[in-house]
Design a protein around this ligand. Structure first.
Ligand SMILES: [Fe+2]
Length: 233
């Protein structure tokens, strides 16, 4: 029984049209996402073999394969749920307030996300994340599926900027795809992720401890010979 399985879509392939075509969704989910699931399971199997044989010569490549494929599986699983038919618009409530606080306004978030997606060198994602140390929303640019994400950050909304996500439909007009996907964001899903993420992060809070002056050991008074660095104290 493989550890990871391809999740089914919650809507039909064609349900996101005209913004994302049914053919793109079918290939993206059934071929690309499925290959990351297979790759993650294969990496686990090969790591188990390496442990069994005590053979770690190839360990760096195996760990990279695991990270790449598992992260691809996680991000695509999120991406399908971040979108919904007849969705889009803007979030409400505390998520809307957090966006205003951290980006200025919703339009500025959209511009930043799309600029991040458009400027990726190679393949990657733009992601809205919750950063628990600063307790704020950030946008990050993820290379491939696994590099450049702030370590403690929890992705809330991810925009797939790989060519396989748009090329069949939009060819070189990728900016049109980045605009179109804003008609699909499922803010209920993003809000639920936001609410869960804000409950995390207590493990990063380290209170500044003041010295307990009352019980601190008393220092001996300064003596003139302390200035003599050759002296043995
Ligand atoms: Fe993708």
């Amino acid at each position: 029984m493989p550890t990871y399985t391809l999740p089914g879509l919650l809507y039909d392939y064609g349900a996101l049209e005209p913004h994302i075509s049914g053919k793109v969704m079918e290939l993206h989910h059934d071929k690309h996402h499925a290959s990351y699931v297979r790759g993650a399971n294969a990496a686990l199997d090969r790591l188990a073999e390496a442990r069994h044989e005590g053979q770690y010569d190839n360990i760096a490549a195996l760990e990279k394969a695991l990270s790449f494929n598992l992260s691809g599986h996680v991000l695509h699983s999120m991406f399908w749920r971040n979108m919904a038919p007849k969705a889009g618009g803007q979030p409400h409530g505390e998520l809307a307030s957090a966006i205003d606080n951290d980006f200025g306004d919703f339009e500025s978030l959209k511009k930043q996300m799309n600029a991040v997606a458009a400027s990726i060198m190679g393949s990657g994602w733009a992601a809205l994340i919750w950063e628990p140390l600063g307790k704020k929303l950030l946008v990050t640019q993820i290379y491939d599926h696994q590099s450049n994400l702030a370590q403690a950050g929890t992705p809330l909304l991810v925009l797939d900027a790989w060519e396989h996500a748009f090329y069949l439909q939009y060819q070189t007009r990728k900016a049109e795809y980045f605009d179109a996907v804003w008609n699909l964001w499922n803010w209920e899903d993003v809000t639920a992720r936001f609410n869960r993420a804000r409950g995390q992060g207590a493990e990063y809070e380290m209170p500044v401890q003041r010295a307990d002056r009352k019980n601190a050991p008393r220092r001996r008074p300064f003596r003139k010979e302390d200035l003599d660095i050759t002296a043995v104290h």
